[in-house]
Every structure is written in structure tokens, then in C-alpha cells.
Design a binder for this molecule. Structure first.
Ligand code: 0T9
Length: 374
């Protein structure tokens, strides 16, 4: 394939073979240089808020139905950033830096046009398997999003299949002191194009957004080769509390536009620019903050100096191994800074029951309300 530099063909081939043989966690496999990304997975939760005005708009909805529609619209509008932005920025999907335990990522989107300020706090809460916890809040709009992200990978038909583990809970403060909650589950991914060295993601199967009011969005994903031959298709059905019949249907392409099937009106349009998260400069960052922690590795990858990148990466990994040994010897464990782990999320259990979520229970990481912005 053309995307694989001639000198890395055999290492790409053996990487693909090792992928086929490993099931579960690919993060520790060594990949050839051309496929390495200089960005850590702790930065990925920022994709949730790159259209801050759509997030803020959830708070302005006046009815339960319109709030569920606003949440669906925001969710669908995040998918292009979540699943295609490395192709746009780096040329293809690439292997992200594997975060260390305790790695942090802080950012914000400023208050503009009365949408309020949105803050982001991310912490790597497990190294193997990688688990990333995040908390996003817009205080002036009364919105918080709390979630965690992990993956189980397998190999099938030449593609990597990624089952996303984890979920997100969006909480909306309603006028009068009540709260509405939304349980958000995550789609399955298929990583295609591996053979040619130019991986890209397709979304498959179904994900759900269940509101505590009873409204449910069921989102089905399809790619090329199904009914219309187009990539990145979705169809979302919105059903009222206690009903099996859809009240509204939305359909289209999650990376460009979609429409409200009933009215024919435009639903989502993500062709315009998105707004990347604002992050403190490197010298203002704490040593555990992702961009500072990985700066030498990232510089090596960006400049094609893979010797430096791999030497700097080994430094970080050795330091981590030593920490783990010291903890073992002292019979201590690494304390999480911003999150408390709970074995079962009561919101997942309660709202998941309404649409028969599988699995019926999941753990969660609860924000301690101690972000740098709090
Ligand atoms: C949560 C997202 C997730 C993280 C990434 C599978 C993947 C790690 C997890 C699911 C975000 O909200 C959305 C987007 C992309 C996902 C990544 C794509 C990817 O390839 C990696 C995996 C671990 C690999 O690096 C596989 C090897 C690589 C050579 C293929 C490009």
C-alpha cells in the first residue's frame, strides 16, 4: 500500500500480525513510526465539546422532548470530531500516545455570545487497561457531562473491532431545582484500511441516549455497502416515555449533514469549523499535564526524529515502572486526583433498565469537584 513508507513495510506487516494475535488491549503493541500520533488519549474527551454552542443549547430547551432533541443534536455533531478528525489532521487514523496513570488534561472553551464558559478535566485512571475519566461543565448553563472511556479490541476480517466500554451521564439543572439526566452509551467502531496503512473508523451497531424523563434516542450506524453505499450513515429514532413507537426520526451522515425526516428540515450540519479546546501554555502546565509530560516524545514524532521519540518514551515508561514497584513495596496505590471510583453507577442501572442496556450495570468515576477551575 502507498501510505506505508517502503522502509516500514515489513514492520507494518508484523504489526498487523501482532494485532491479529492480541485480543483486548492494543495499547502496548509497538507500532512503526509512520502510524504514531503525537497526541495522547487523554485529549480525546475534548471532542465532546468542540461545538460549545450546541452543548449550551441543551439548557435552553423548554420541553422534555425538545431537550432530548437538543442532546441528540449535540451528540451527533460530536461524532465527526471524535471519529474522523485524525484523518483530517494527521492524514489517517493513528495510534495515540498511551496515557500514563495519573496523566491530566485540562482545558476550556471561553464564554462567547452568552453560551457560558465550558471547562474540561481529564484524568487517566488506569494504565493497563487504559481508562480515561472526564468531567465537562458549563456552570452558567447548569450542564455537566461525566464519563469514562475504555476499549476492548479484537480483529476480524482484516479490521480492528473496538467495543467501547464506559458511558457518559449528562446532567441538566432545570428551573426550580430539579435535574434531568441522560445516560449516553457509545457506538462500536470498526477500523478499516489497515492493509493499506491508512486506517479510518466506521461506526457500527447501535448506541442509546436515555433521558430520566423517559424519552429515548436509539441511534443506528451503518457504513458503506449497506443501503445507500455511503460512509458514516446514521438513523436515530426518538421515542416518548413508555412507548415503542418513534415520535421523530433523524437521518443522514454524521460527518456532514442530516435531517429531521418528518419535517424535511436540516438537523445537524458539521461542515463548518469547530472550536478546539483552549489549553494553558506548556510552561504554565503542571508536570502531569499531557502536553507537557509528552512534549519531547511528541516533538520527536512531529519532526520525524523517532530515535528521540522512542528514547523519551522509554524514559517515561521506566519512571512509571519504578513508581509501580515503589508503591508495591510500600503497599500503597496511586491516588486518583479528580475522581472516585464506584463499582456500579446508579444512574446507569436505573436508566439502563429502561432500554435493557447490555451490560445491565457498569462502574463509574465520580468527579470530586476539585478541578483547576473549581
Ligand atoms: C474515545 C475514540 C476512542 C477514545 C479511541 C481505538 C483507538 C483508541 C480509542 C474510542 C473517544 O471519545 C473516541 C476515537 C478513536 C479511538 C482510537 C482509534 C485507534 O486506532 C485506537 C487504537 C487503540 C489503536 O491505536 C489501534 C492501532 C492503530 C495502528 C490503528 C490506527
Amino acid at each position: 500500500g502507498e501510505a506505508v513508507p517502503a522502509s516500514q513495510k515489513s514492520s507494518w506487516a508484523s504489526f498487523l500480525k501482532s494485532i491479529a494475535g492480541v485480543s483486548g488491549d492494543l495499547s502496548s503493541l509497538t507500532a512503526p513510526p509512520f502510524i504514531l500520533s503525537p497526541i495522547s488519549l487523554t485529549e480525546f474527551p475534548a471532542y465532546w465539546c468542540e461545538r460549545p454552542e450546541l452543548f449550551a443549547a441543551i439548557a435552553d430547551a423548554k420541553t422534555d422532548e425538545s431537550r432530548s432533541v437538543a442532546v441528540l443534536k449535540w451528540f451527533i455533531s460530536t461524532l465527526k470530531g471524535q471519529y474522523t478528525s485524525r484523518n483530517e489532521k494527521l492524514g489517517s487514523e493513528k495510534k495515540p500516545l498511551n496515557p500514563v496513570l495519573g496523566e491530566l488534561f485540562y482545558g476550556f472553551w471561553p464564554d462567547l455570545n452568552s453560551r457560558g464558559r465550558t471547562n474540561l478535566v481529564v484524568e487517566q485512571v488506569s494504565h493497563h487497561p487504559p481508562i480515561t475519566a472526564y468531567y465537562i461543565e458549563n456552570v452558567s448553563k447548569g450542564l455537566t457531562l461525566q464519563g469514562h472511556s475504555a476499549q476492548k479490541t479484537s480483529f476480524s476480517g482484516g479490521s480492528i473491532i473496538v467495543k467501547q466500554i464506559g458511558h457518559a451521564v449528562l446532567t441538566v439543572d432545570l428551573p426550580g431545582g430539579a435535574k434531568e439526566q441522560f445516560l449516553i452509551t457509545l457506538p462500536r467502531l470498526r477500523i478499516d484500511g489497515l492493509w493499506y496503512g491508512s486506517p479510518y473508523i466506521e461506526l457500527t451497531e447501535t448506541s442509546y441516549i436515555q433521558s430520566s424523563t423517559g424519552w429515548l434516542s436509539t441511534i443506528e450506524y451503518k457504513g458503506k455497502g449497506y443501503f445507500s453505499g455511503k460512509s458514516h450513515q446514521f438513523k436515530a429514532l426518538l421515542t416518548p416515555p413508555g412507548s415503542n413507537n418513534a415520535r421523530r426520526t433523524f437521518e443522514g451522515l454524521w460527518h456532514t449533514t442530516s435531517k429531521d425526516v418528518g419535517s424535511g428540515e436540516l438537523f445537524t450540519d458539521v461542515q463548518g469549523p469547530k472550536e478546539e479546546v483552549s489549553v494553558a501554555s506548556l510552561d504554565e502546565q503542571d508536570e502531569w499535564e499531557s502536553r507537557r509530560l509528552w512534549s519531547a516524545v511528541a516533538k520527536g514524532i512531529r519532526e520525524g526524529d523517532f530515535e528521540t521519540a522512542s528514547r523519551e518514551k522509554s524514559k517515561i515508561e521506566n519512571e512509571q515502572r519504578q513508581r509501580r514497584r515503589d508503591e508495591l513495596a510500600a503497599d500503597t496505590t496511586w491516588p486518583l486526583k479528580h475522581f472516585d471510583h464506584i463499582d456500579s453507577d446508579p444512574v446507569y442501572e436505573e436508566l439502563g433498565r429502561l432500554f435493557k442496556a447490555n451490560p445491565p450495570a457498569e462502574d463509574a468515576y465520580v468527579f470530586k469537584n476539585n478541578g483547576p477551575h473549581q
